[in-house]
Write a protein that binds this ligand. Sequence first.
Ligand code: C5P
Length: 209
Amino acid sequence: MKLIIAIDGTFASGKGTLAKQLAAHYDLPYLDTGKLYRGIGYLVTQAGMDVHNPEHGAAMAEKLTPELLADPILKSGDVAVAASKVAVHPAVRGALRDYQRNFAKNGAVMDGRDIGTVICPDAPAKLYVDAKPEERARRRHAELVGYGEDISYDTVLAQLIERDERDMNRAEAPLKPAEDAHLLDTTNLSIKAAFETAVNIIDAILATK
Ligand code: C5P
């Protein structure tokens, strides 16, 4: 069996950290699919184009490079907001679909919003990771301050709520748990506890296959 672990969930829920740890634990390649949308959001903004125009976003999908995807500039709050705006367009999502499926085909940990529902609906192991917005904002604020960004907690919380709403209410591939996803609420879990819980869930799934 090709082990595909689909990790979907809200922003700053801890899913990225968890996904990387799971990739190391199960010795699988890891793809942070949010970076693809962030890269497009960044390129559209940099080019002075319109994040609300589907064609502008789709055109930029071809311009993603490994160098850009590794650039810390993509971590900024503004890029994240631009990413969630370009991510509503079916043309943008379509332009990234084959790349993601191809990456996953021999087994992978895929971190995103629509992995379990759209990109890899047959993934044997699906987790939906979430935490209370205030806790997510607290974590994200600390992270941004660590990068040297001058941003208030209230701004982070407001951006996070705005982004959740856009991600959950878009027509194409909205953020929601797949029917067969296991829910993991990390509000009161340490990174270690979240990892151990996830491994228990995945090992139990593997034992039935
Ligand atoms: O995961 P990350 O916060 O980097 O994602 C940035 C934005 O990209 C999300 O808010 C979401 O709008 C979009 N995204 C998406 N589908 C994915 C990954 C990210 O729509 N699989």
